[in-house]
Write a protein of this length. Structure first.
Length: 191
């Protein structure tokens, strides 16, 4: 299998199912941003963090590939006229979402109560986590815009929403584990 196919040289690319769209199409932007998020999560996973978090991040990366496949599929080509699924694309389940919620609840038990917004940073690993969170929010915004145009499995949106929350809580937990300073955002008073 060659990496370069030359089929995209004129600014189009193929979706699952064969439909060609411009490379700037919102569908491409959506799954491209999910791919970017997956890369940042890989960077986060490469840090010196607890093995449990690494295993959860691998699970998340696999789910992001599923989301990428969902977003890369032309909805008109995914279902046959008989109503059966044409392409064998996995789905995001409520259990996938529940895993993120369970992980957040578990981490949150060890953390001091949050009384203010926190400034991203304090440690390089924490910063990588915050970058992943921001990219996740962008992926969610793009996916919701795509969903408004061409709906797909709703759990996909829920997962992206919960994942950004998970990454925020993980950033706080890593701050705690790494004994980094969590800087509160306290708005300046006008003079």
């Amino acid at each position: 299998m060659k990496i370069y196919t030359k089929t995209g040289d004129k600014g189009t690319t193929a979706l699952f199912g064969g439909t060609r769209v411009p490379k700037h199409h919102i569908r491409i932007d959506s799954y491209g941003t999910v791919d970017e998020l997956n890369s940042y999560i890989g960077l986060l996973r490469d840090q010196d963090i607890d093995n449990h978090y690494k295993q959860v991040l691998i699970t998340i990366q696999n789910k992001l590939f599923t989301i990428g496949a969902i977003l890369a599929t032309d909805p008109e080509k995914a279902i046959l006229k008989s109503g059966k699924q044409r392409l064998n694309i996995p789905k995001i389940s409520e259990d996938d979402i529940a895993l993120l919620e369970h992980e957040m609840d578990t981490m949150d038990k060890d953390l001091p109560q949050m009384t203010h917004f926190v400034l991203p940073g304090g440690h390089q690993t924490v910063s990588f986590c915050h970058i992943a969170r921001c990219v996740c929010r962008r992926a969610e915004r793009l996916a919701t815009a795509l969903y408004d145009l061409e709906p797909f499995q709703e759990e996909t949106l829920k997962y992206l929403n919960r994942l950004s929350d998970y990454l925020f809580v993980l950033a706080r937990k890593l701050t705690y584990d790494l004994q980094a300073e969590e800087v509160k955002w306290i708005p300046e008073k006008e003079s």
